[in-house]
Design a protein around this ligand. Sequence first.
Ligand code: NAP
Length: 270
Amino acid sequence: MGVSNGRVINIISNFNAESKKISNILTKKLNDKGFYIPGKYSTEAELNVCIGGDGAFLRAIHRNGFPSIPFVGINTGHLGFFQEILPENIDEFIEKCINEDYSIEEISLVDGEICTKNKSFYLTAVNEIVVKGNKSKVVHLEIYIDGNHLERFSGDGVIISTPVGSTAYNFSSGGSIIYPSLKSLQLTPLSPISSKAYRSLPNSAIVPGHMVISIKPELRYENSILIINDGVEFKYSNIECINLKLSNKVIKKLNFDKNMYWNNLKSKFL
Ligand code: NAP
């Protein structure tokens, strides 16, 4: 162990063997440079290093209560869109950490307020909140933007995605890619029905970050709605309205290069 430099870094790894191996190597290298790596998550740390794929990154944020400590990811996952550091570049990463040679960017989150007959429930997501039918049923939803009625949606459901979530489920469902610093939410239909019986917008709408998207399930669907928050399902009874807006909370993330987003996008998607 090197001479302590008084600096603390959390290493959060998933249970995959490769991630554990990288976690051990990184711990040893950081210890040699004088960093302290606590055994348990420390709120005193200057940095959270997350090892795994995007799923590990999302879980690390949710399980630690959307902390204000900046994150950086080392990719051992399949895609690793959030995880820009490759295991072979650990030494370069450590040098940049020592010299604080990075900028910090903010990731916008989406807040969901689920109002049921008796009580309201609150969720926050990094990628998206999905409102869809339980048991693969078609849902009929009244959709409002800032109190203005937009449409009566019929189909599988809708995705309300953040800018960083735009490359995830949103993208697979035909939504656009939104640069992370654009304060906005994207409302993307999932298999919208457009027929003589039902008419729904076929494409997504980009909504300014200060506006609220409200979704009211039609009366007989109040008990057949599924809410999916970053891939985790929630079920509520007697849903009257779901309000979605850009959160006041943000997640901080290290950025090593101003071109990082576009290079990452090209290398992960093309
Ligand atoms: P998961 O297996 O953890 O993730 C599914 C895929 O989405 C993985 O390849 C993951 O990357 C990638 N991913 C996650 N966030 C991303 C982002 N912001 N940009 C680009 N790719 C991203 O699946 P899960 O546990 O069900 O849910 C986690 C996320 O998966 C959800 O938030 C949702 O966005 C996404 N999802 C996508 C679809 C779809 O595309 N049809 C369906 C359901 C859920 P890694 O391989 O690095 O983990």
